[in-house]
Write a new protein. Structure first.
Length: 821
């Protein structure tokens, strides 16, 4: 039925086979008989890629000719995941490829397993960007994704004696078949130097930036095929290359070695993705990365405009979406181009700029808000700092006019912070420089408006809006869960994959016993598939005959992996104490997947603790194998696609008011897992949509968190007042998980007892109770299946197609432009 969805170049099995063999022979230079798995993969990928090229070129050409408004998504991260399956799906070539390869004695399954995913993102924000460009293409929106082609993506996580050890992710070591470089289209990006005043031809005084150095930004294009459409958009990632100036220098200076070193410095800009995802460290190289890709992208777009284009019409031709503050240096950059290079008046330039940018915020944690020291910014981008000052001056003049005498407010709202050092508040710059500011879930947008950016929303009430995140059902249902997709096809027909609200039609089948049985069989098959993958990938042996309880996401204190772990330890403690019998436990497999930022000590200690608990629990005879903890290393998109469809229970247990949205929560629900969660981020909307009977809700609400914090939170009193909690914490401190060493986890435990910034102990009791409700509910498999089916049927809202429609309606106002092939 995949072929029936095809809209791309039709292909026969024979022509596909010919192209594949041609690729193998003339591009890989090998015989079929001696080809390695990588040879086969490269040849297959390029074969499929070539079937997308015609539609891609048509898309680019017709959009350009029509002068349609373009959405330019600016993101420092794209967490794409493997590309082969998605390319096969959108070209409708899955069955053709399968048949062609089989006829050559090859297996599509084997070949696809060799693909190395491009991990050019940390987590939610990067994966969201990948889902968004998929939906933009699917919805026929002229759009381009701009970002950085990191030579090393997110590190590969390994465990050595239970501790995280990072390995470089050299995803490009075999080359990637998906990219097309264009050295000829490189643009120069400048850094450093100084500014000077000059007089232009009309006698006006103008400022000029005299940079100290330049690097080349080389574009690498990736096709972004839509689903069910001929539209193929572009993802353009920039790679840094030393300019000729460096090479000239090599000849002239005579100092060959230092010249080569300078070249390395330039090319370091796109070398590696920063693995921190919430504590910005103010590193010079990161600021360089940000300016590098944003300056290149703006230049790239401007050069597509026709000669003599009236720049006042720029907002009719482009809308830049800032994925968090990482690309916000684009605001002063566009101002610099318009004022310094194109000679526009400041006021006109500011009007154009503000109308061209919009800003999406992805956090609520104050420590995650980027600031750049004035000192660093002034050294790296002296002209941009001047422009930021002027933007701020003008902005604050407006504030003073509206709130005369309110200097406290002026200080609060200033784009420049004075303490602890003079620095630019990038979220404020983004807010001032944008038409719309959005949060990523309803609760998050409310808190953004009423707390983090309250002064700004009071001043500009119409600037603030919400766009609840979404996920692409192509990757996270069809590709990752083909058995479920088939069952849905068989039940409500096809067409739901780009019209996901149609899943509602499944609702009546929750009452159909034979459908429930088929649904359970799908889940069971997915568990079996995951169990064999884990045996082969990690040597972890699990039984698939258990409740699969899954918590996968970056390791962060606010996400509260510790709460999940306390639940595990509580079960063990109660069994050890004879309070419950192992035989009465619902067999449970608890799966963790999480990377910690390499410099995040607490997160790394928690990983060590989880692994230590796992080792003991998994071998505890008292538990009779009814509780297992699996922590496969290196959780990434590839693993997510296998794990999420196997889950029964989705752990979304952050402290209310801390998780901006979450997107894993949506993937689990759409794959028929029930959520145990707090009223945080998009959980609020999931809970509302699926209904309270189909969701295990627990924990404080955001206002309750606020009052507890205002009243003064004392975690010790929760420890002292709760025997079960005390039992779990004391068991960890007893040394049982550390070969008798009672100090091994002190760093974690003393923080919990005396600080516990994210109130793990306060939510412990209601969490344990919710888990008890899970046990009871799971015991009734018919009723559980009913709930799981309703989760699928009622969460079509979370398709990223709907998110993109919301962005279009509320922010972008860019019409669709279907391309006919
Ligand atoms: C500045 C640097 C340290 C930095 C790098 C990456 C800061 C933040 C990030 C990434 C943040 C991120 O992934 N945020 C997540 O965005 C998701 C998509 O909106 C949300 O669902 C999720 O709640 C939020 O934590």
């Amino acid at each position: 039925e995949t072929t029936e969805r095809s809209t791309s170049t039709p292909a026969t099995v024979d022509s596909f086979k010919d192209e594949f063999l041609r690729q193998l022979r003339y591009e890989q230079g090998v015989e079929l008989g001696t080809a390695s798995r990588d040879d086969l993969f490269q040849a297959l990928a390029r074969t499929v890629r070539n079937y997308m090229v015609d539609n891609w070129l048509t898309t680019v050409e017709t959009q350009k000719a029509a002068g349609s408004k373009v959405v330019a998504y600016l993101s420092a991260e794209y967490l794409m995941g493997p590309q082969l399956d998605n390319a096969l799906l959108s070209t409708g070539l899955t069955d053709v490829a399968d048949t062609a390869l089989s006829s050559l004695g090859l297996s599509l399954d084997d070949i696809r397993a060799t693909e190395v995913e491009p991990g050019l993102g940390n987590g939610g924000l990067g994966r969201l960007a990948a889902c968004f460009i998929d939906s933009l293409a699917t919805k026929n929106i002229p759009a381009i994704g701009y970002g950085i082609r990191y030579e090393y993506g997110i590190f590969r996580q390994t465990f050595v004696d239970g501790r995280q050890v990072e390995q470089p992710d050299s995803w490009l070591s075999n080359g990637t078949p998906w990219e097309i470089p264009h050295t000829d289209q490189a643009v120069e990006v400048a850094f450093g130097g100084h500014t000077e005043q000059a007089i232009d031809q009309t006698g006006r005084s103008v400022t000029r930036w005299v940079p100290g150095e330049t690097v080349l930004a080389v574009p690498y294009n990736y096709m972004v095929p839509g689903y069910g459409t001929a539209n193929v958009n572009t993802l353009r990632l920039w790679s840094a290359k030393a300019t000729n100036a460096f090479n000239l220098h090599i000849f002239n200076s005579g100092d060959y070695e230092s010249a080569v070193r300078a070249q390395t410095v330039a090319e370091n800009i796109s070398k590696v993705l920063y693995p921190e995802d919430s504590t910005p460290q103010g590193k010079e190289l990161r600021l360089k990365q940000q300016y590098f890709f944003v300056a290149a992208s703006i230049k790239d777009f401007l050069r597509t405009l026709p000669e003599g284009f009236d720049l006042k019409k720029l907002p009719e031709r482009i809308v830049f979406q800032l994925n968090d503050t990482h690309p916000v240096i684009g605001v002063p950059e566009l101002m610099r181009i318009l004022v310094d290079e194109r000679g526009l008046a400041w006021e006109d330039a500011w009007d154009i700029t503000r109308r061209s940018f919009n800003y999406t915020c992805h956090t609520l944690l104050p420590e995650a808000l980027e600031v750049w020291s004035v000192d660093l910014l002034g050294r790296l981008l002296p002209r941009h700092l001047e422009i930021i000052y002027r933007i701020n001056e003008q902005f604050l003049a407006g504030i003073r006019a509206t709130y005369p005498g309110d200097e406290l407010r002026v200080r609060r709202m200033s784009i420049i912070q004075e303490q602890p050092e003079r620095a630019v508040r990038m979220a404020f710059l983004a807010t001032v420089g944008s038409t719309k500011v959005n949060g990523v879930a309803a609760l998050h947008s409310d808190l953004l408006r009423d707390k983090v950016l309250d002064d700004f929303s009071a001043y500009w009430p119409d600037k603030f809006t919400n766009v609840t995140n979404g996920i692409t059902p192509r990757r996270f249902v069809q590709l990752s869960n083909p058995s479920l997709a088939n069952l849905i096809d068989d039940t409500i027909g096809t067409g739901w994959l780009n019209d996901l609200e149609r899943l509602k039609e499944l609702e009546p089948y929750a009452e159909d016993a034979s459908f429930r049985k088929a649904f359970r069989e799908v889940k069971q098959a997915n568990k079996d598939r995951f169990v064999s993958l884990l045996a082969q990938r990690d040597g972890i042996e699990l039984s698939s005959d258990a409740l699969f309880d899954v918590m996968v996401k970056r390791l962060h204190e606010y996400k509260r992996q510790m709460l999940k772990l306390l639940h595990v330890v509580t079960i063990y403690d109660r069994v050890l104490k004879g309070e419950i019998k192992a035989a009465d436990l619902t067999p449970r497999v608890v799966v963790f997947g999480a990377k910690a930022a390499p410099g995040y000590k607490m997160a790394k200690e928690i990983i060590f603790l989880i692994n230590s608990v796992a080792k003991v629990v998994n071998n505890a005879p008292e538990l009779e194998g009814r509780l297992r903890v699996a922590f496969p290393a290196n959780y990434n998109v590839t693993l997510a696609e296998k794990l999420i469809p196997a889950a029964d229970l989705s752990e979304q247990i952050s402290l209310a008011g801390k998780e901006a949205s979450g997107t894993g929560n949506m993937k689990f629900a759409l794959n028929g897992a029930l959520t145990i969660g707090t009223l945080d981020g998009a959980n609020v909307e999931i809970h509302e949509l699926v209904g309270g009977e189909n969701f295990f809700l627990f924990g404080m609400t955001e206002p309750e968190v606020q009052s507890l914090s205002d009243a003064g939170y004392h975690p010790t009193s929760f420890y002292e007042g709760n025997a079960s909690l005390r039992g779990a914490i004391d068991l960890i401190s007893s040394g049982i998980f550390s070969g008798g060493d009672r100090t091994a986890f002190e760093f974690v435990i003393s923080d919990l007892l005396y600080k516990d910034r994210f109130m793990v102990l306060a939510d412990y009791q209601t969490y344990i109770e919710a888990q008890e409700r899970v046990e009871v509910a799971y015991a009734d498999q018919e009723s559980w299946s009913r709930k799981a089916i309703l989760n699928v049927a009622r969460t079509g809202f979370f398709t990223s197609d709907r998110s993109i429609q919301d962005y279009l309606d509320r922010i972008w106002h860019a019409p669709a432009f279907p391309v006919t092939k």
